[in-house]
Design a protein. Sequence first.
Length: 56
Amino acid sequence: MSAASLTAQEIADKLTLARSTVADWLQQAGIDKFSQLDPKSSIRRYQRDNLGELLH
């Protein structure tokens, strides 16, 4: 999560607005959850030539 991420309550406090108003705006913009702000990292998959190559 980036350092600039604020909750709806924090934004509302800074703008002196109701939290519900800010939450509605964020929902309309499609960014009402922190998970929507940061893209998921891709899954790393490694392919090996021989089965069991990484087994100890």
